[in-house]
Design a protein around this ligand. Sequence first.
Ligand code: ARG
Length: 277
Amino acid sequence: MKKKFSLLLVAVLMFSVVLTACGGNGADVGNDNNGEDTSTLQKIEDSGKIVLGTSADYPPFEFHAMIDGKDEIVGFDIEIAKYIAEELGVELVIQDMDFDKLLGGLSTGMLDIVIAGMNPDPERDANFTDIYYEANLSVLVPKARASEFTKVEDLDGKSIGAQIGTVQEEIARETIKDSDVKALATNSDIVMNLKTNKIDSALMETPVATSYAAVNDDLMVIEDFVIDSGTGGVSIAVKTGDDELTEKLNEILEDIKSQGLIEQWFIEANELVNNSI
Ligand code: ARG
C-alpha cells in the first residue's frame, strides 16, 4: 500500500515536471516568448473578449447618451466595434479614456483596438487599418459672436480650443497663424469653455462640431469655413507591428463598407445625438 502510494507520488511529480517543461518551452502563440510580440488576435480568441479603447466625447463617432434611462456609450465607431466583436465571436469591452492616452493603452496591451475617429497619422506609434470615414474640420463659436468670424483670418489673435494630442491641435498650432491654442483633454471640456466664454472658438471635425451645435443652442458652426484635415480620413488603430490583426480588421471593414453600414450607422448615431449627455 505504502509502495503503491509512493509510486503514485513519483508519477505525479514526474508529470508535473513534464508540464513545467512544456510551459517553459512556451510553444503557445499567445505567450510573450523571448520578447516577441504576442498575437493580439490569439489573445482576443483565448480571452473571449476584445478590449476597445475610445474617447467618448466625440459625437457622432462615440459619445455618452441616455438610452432607456441608462448612460451608454454609442456612436458609429461603437457599431463598428460591435460588428467586429460579433465577427470574432467575442464579447466587446469598452474602455473610455482621454484621447491622448489611447495609443499608450495599445502599446502596453491594455487595449486590443482603438476606434476613436483617429486619423492614421504616420507619426503615431500604431498600425492603422484602411480608412473607413472621411471628414473635414470646422470651427465652432458662440452664436452671439458669429459676426466676428467670417473668414479664417478672423481667428488670428483669438483663442481656439482643440483636444490634446489630436490632429486638430497640430493644425490649430501650425496653420491658424497667431491663434492662441488652448489644448484641453476632452471635447466636452472645450464645449464647456466655449459656452462660458473662456475660449473664443474651437476646431473640431465637421460632424462633431455640427453635433455639438445641434444640442447647444448658444453655439454654431461657421459655415463656408471648412479646413482640410489633410489626413484622408479615420481608421482603426492596433499595436505597432500587429499585421495579423490589421489584416483581419481590414477584411471586416471591407465587409462593413460593402453593405453600406457605415452610412446607415452614421445616420442612426446622428439621431441619438439628441440624447447625448
Ligand atoms: N481625428 C482626430 C485625430 O485623430 C481627433 C480624434 C478625436 N477623437 C475622439 N474620440 N475624441 O487626431
